[in-house]
Design a protein around this ligand. Structure first.
Ligand code: WQD
Length: 344
C-alpha cells in the first residue's frame, strides 16, 4: 500500500539508520508521513524491509546524499514537508579522529544545506541530532542543558557542538527556522518486533552491540574498559536510553516546534533516562534478562572515555511533555531479540 496523501510529511535524513528508522515508526504512529533521505553509506536497505513489515506499507525513500544540493532542492520541491529531522551524519568517534575532514565536510555541509533550502521552501521546523558527547566529563552530575560544553573529545563530537552553534547563530540572525537540538545520551535497544535495530557495520565500538555479539558467539569475549574508576563498581557510568523512547522524543519535539508561532527559535534538550548505569550492571542485567552467561574480561581504560555522564531530564519533561518509559532490562531484551534475528 503506498503512502496516503493526507498526513503532514516529515523529511527524515538518515531515516534508514538506527535511530532514524525507529523514529520513522513513531512518526507514522503519530499521524505523520515520513519521507526518508538516505544514501545508505552507513545503513542498509534491509531497514526499509523491516519498516514495511512493521508498518504494513512502504515508506517513501530517496537514495540520496543529503549533501547533494540539486537532489535535496528537488525533494523539498516535490514533498513540501512540514519539517525536517536531521539524523544523517557520520558518527564513529574513532574514525573521526583518523579522518576529521571527512566528518567536518559531511556532517556540517549537510546541516548548512538544510538551512539554505528550508527558508527557500518555507519549511520552518528542524530537529537536529546532537549528543551528550558535547559535555565531555562534566564537573557536576546529572548534566543539565546549562552545564557548560567542554572541548569535544573527537572531531565527531565537535561536529555536534559546531552544529548546535550554527543553529544558534542562524536563528540569532533571523534565519526563519525553528530548531531544536536533542542531546542523546547512549541509545540502545531495538523495536520489539526485531524487524529493525542497530546494525553495527564491522566491529562494534559501542557496549550493547558488543555484548549481544559476544552472547551470540560472534565475538569471543567482551573487554570491560577499566574497573578502576571512582564509581560504585569501578566501571564507567552512562545513561542508556531506549531507542523507542528516543524516537518518541523526536515526535514530541516536532509537535512542539510546529505549535511555536515564533518566526525563528532555537533550543537544546537532553534526551536520556536520568539514570546512570555502570558497565558491570549493564552486563549483569543482560545476563539476568537473557539467561546467557557473558564471557567478559576486565581490560585497560579506553582513551577518551569519560568516567560518568548521565542526564537531568527535567527540561524534556516540562518542555516536551516527554519522559523515558522503558527500563534497561527491556532495552537489553529487545537488543538480544534483534541480535538473535540477525544471527538467523
Ligand atoms: C559505553 C561504556 C565504555 C565497549 C559513544 C559516543 C557518543 C554516542 C554513544 C553517538 C564506556 C564501555 C564499551 C566495549 C566497554 N554516539 N565499553 N567495552 O563511548 O559512552 O558514547 O556512543 O552519538 O557520542 O561517544 O558509548 O557504548 O562506546 O561505551 O567497556 O567493548 O561502555 O568504556 O564506558 P560512549 P560506548
Amino acid at each position: 500500500m503506498t503512502p496516503t496523501g493526507t498526513s503532514p510529511k516529515i523529511l527524515v535524513t538518515g531515516g534508514a539508520g538506527f535511530i532514524g528508522s525507529h523514529t520513522v515508526v513513531s512518526l507514522v504512529e503519530a499521524g505523520f508521513e515520513p519521507v526518508i533521505v538516505d544514501d545508505f553509506s552507513n545503513s542498509e536497505r534491509s531497514a526499509l524491509d523491516g519498516l514495511r513489515a512493521i508498518l504494513g506499507r512502504d515508506v517513501t525513500c530517496y537514495p540520496v546524499d543529503c549533501n547533494d544540493a540539486v537532489a535535496m532542492d528537488d525533494i523539498f520541491q516535490k514533498e513540501s514537508p512540514l519539517g525536517v529531522i536531521h539524523f544523517a551524519a557520520y558518527k564513529a568517534v574513532g574514525e573521526s579522529v583518523a579522518k576529521p575532514l571527512k566528518y567536518y565536510r559531511n556532517n556540517l555541509d549537510s546541516l548548512l544545506l538544510l538551512l539554505e533550502l528550508m527558508p527557500k521552501h518555507n519549511v520552518k521546523n528542524l530537529v537536529f541530532s546532537s549528543s551528550c558527547t558535547v559535555y565531555g566529563q562534566p564537573e557536576q552530575l546529572p548534566v543539565t542543558e546549562e552545564t557548560p560544553r567542554l572541548p569535544a573529545q573527537s572531531p565527531y563530537g565537535n561536529t555536534k557542538a559546531i552544529g548546535e552553534d550554527i543553529l544558534r547563530d542562524a536563528v540569532r540572525a533571523n534565519v526563519p527556522v525553528k530548531a531544536m537540538a536533542l542531546r542523546y545520551f547512549n541509545p540502545i535497544g531495538a523495536h520489539p518486533s526485531a524487524q529493525i535495530g542497530e546494525l553495527p557495520l564491522g566491529v562494534p565500538a559501542n557496549l550493547v552491540p558488543f555484548i549481544t555479539q559476544t552472547a551470540a558467539g560472534i565475538r569471543s569475549s567482551l573487554t570491560v574498559y577499566g574497573n578502576d574508576y571512582h564509581t560504585p563498581d569501578g566501571t564507567c557510568i552512562r545513561d542508556y536510553i531506549d531507542v523507542m523512547d528516543l524516537a518518541d522524543a523526536h515526535v514530541q519535539a516536532l509537535r512542539k516546534l510546529n505549535e511555536d508561532t515564533a518566526e525563528a527559535s532555537y533550543d537544546v534538550i537532553n534526551i536520556g533516562t536520568g539514570r546512570g548505569e555502570t558497565v558491570l550492571n549493564v552486563i549483569k542485567t543482560f545476563e539476568q534478562e537473557t539467561g546467557v552467561d557473558l564471557n567478559y574480561v576486565i581490560g585497560p581504560r579506553r582513551p577518551g572515555d569519560v568516567e560518568q555522564v548521565y542526564a537531568d531530564v527535567s527540561k524534556a519533561n516540562t518542555v516536551l511533555g516527554w519522559t523515558a518509559r522503558r527500563s534497561l532490562a527491556e532495552s537489553l531484551r529487545d537488543a538480544w531479540r534483534w541480535q538473535q534475528k540477525l544471527s538467523l
